[in-house]
Ligand binder design. Structure first.
Ligand SMILES: [Zn+2]
Length: 332
């Protein structure tokens, strides 16, 4: 399918600075959300899709690409939108598939500031942002105040592991919040972590604003994993059915799902090339050999052992490891 240049690069959808889904007509809407200006005063605009039902119901907000290198989350949000086209909805589904524009364009986890006195920033540690802060803080604040908070009764933030490492389908949920546990189990993930959250994380900021929220990790960082994207999309559709935004049968939970309260990360003791000996979701015993590290001559320099029994929920897939970077993560 070929489209004229101006249609495929800049489709002429309405540009908005604030969204109020309650005021929209039922149906499907596409907007550019003007989140901020860039360093030369041009608008930075995010794609927003709204599927407003003709019947009342919950309003759910789906975000992806808060970390710019986590493309399987973005692909899940986009696939979800395609799945919803033409469907009858009760309530409202809003999808923001590409939150961190500067990071996504650079295949980078961080928000990239153009301010000479600013460093790049982890956008998912600075929500709800600050209207008087640096450009990353203002960007987060504009998103939070004008787009996310006013339009969400429930929220799902789609991520993946960062570049260089893999996750299975993995949900973070604060188990003190019934709707968070419920949504996490409806995703039918491989793993759920009971996570009380941390300040600055979008999921935590939603939860503290009484908007139940979960974070979903859709597999490996950066590289396309269509099986994970399909599973995550199916999981979100299952949430929409259970909360009666969509008609259809709710799938029962995955009995094999591992739920845990604690994660342990084994990190590189020094720089070098690490080859892992374990796979995702493998059960390991305390003291089991996890990985071997080599220097640039190819000589073995370090062996990594499991500090406890647990299940492997992440391991490196790029061998080059800086000191302190992730080798294996366990849940127990
Ligand atoms: Zn992330």
């Amino acid at each position: 399918m070929t489209k004229p240049l101006n249609e495929c690069i800049v489709p002429m959808y309405p540009t908005i600075q604030a969204l109020d889904v309650n005021a929209l007509e039922p149906g499907e809407h596409k907007f550019w959300f003007a989140v901020a200006t860039d360093a030369i005063g041009h608008p930075q605009t995010l794609p927003v899709r709204v599927f407003k039902g003709s019947k009342p119901g919950k309003r759910i907000m789906i975000t992806a690409g808060v970390h710019g290198d986590e493309q399987n989350g973005i692909l899940t949000a986009q696939k979800l939108a395609r799945e919803l086209e033409g469907k009858s909805i009760s309530g409202c589904v809003t999808i923001v598939p590409a939150v961190n524009l500067s990071g996504i364009a650079r295949h980078s986890r961080d928000f990239h500031s153009a301010a000479p006195d600013s460093s790049s920033a982890n956008l998912n540690r600075i929500f709800p942002g600050n209207p008087h802060g640096d450009d990353a803080s203002r960007y987060a604040n504009s998103l939070w105040e004008n787009l996310l908070k006013p339009n969400a009764d429930l929220a799902i933030d789609l991520h993946s592991q960062t570049s260089g490492s893999a996750y299975p389908l993995y949900a973070f949920a604060d188990y003190r919040i019934d709707d968070a546990i419920r949504m996490a189990r409806l995703i039918n993930p491989d793993v759920i972590l009971n996570d009380p959250g941390d300040p600055g994380i979008l999921e935590t900021v939603y939860n503290r604003a009484d908007i139940p929220s979960i974070t979903i990790e859709v597999g490996v960082g950066r590289y396309t994993d269509l099986e994970m994207v399909d599973r995550a999309t199916t999981g979100v559709l299952n949430v929409l059915r259970c909360y009666e935004l969509l008609d259809g049968e709710v799938e029962s939970a995955n009995n094999a799902c591992v739920e845990g309260n604690t994660i342990t990360s084994v990190r590189a003791e020094q720089g070098g090339f690490v080859i892992c000996h374990v796979e995702l979701l493998e059960e390991v015993k305390q003291g089991q050999k996890l990985a071997t590290q080599y220097n640039s001559f190819g000589d073995e320099i370090q062996t990594y052992f499991s500090p406890s029994a647990g299940v492997v929920i992440s391991h490196n897939v790029e061998s080059v490891r800086a000191p302190g970077s992730l080798v294996v993560r366990l849940i127990c």
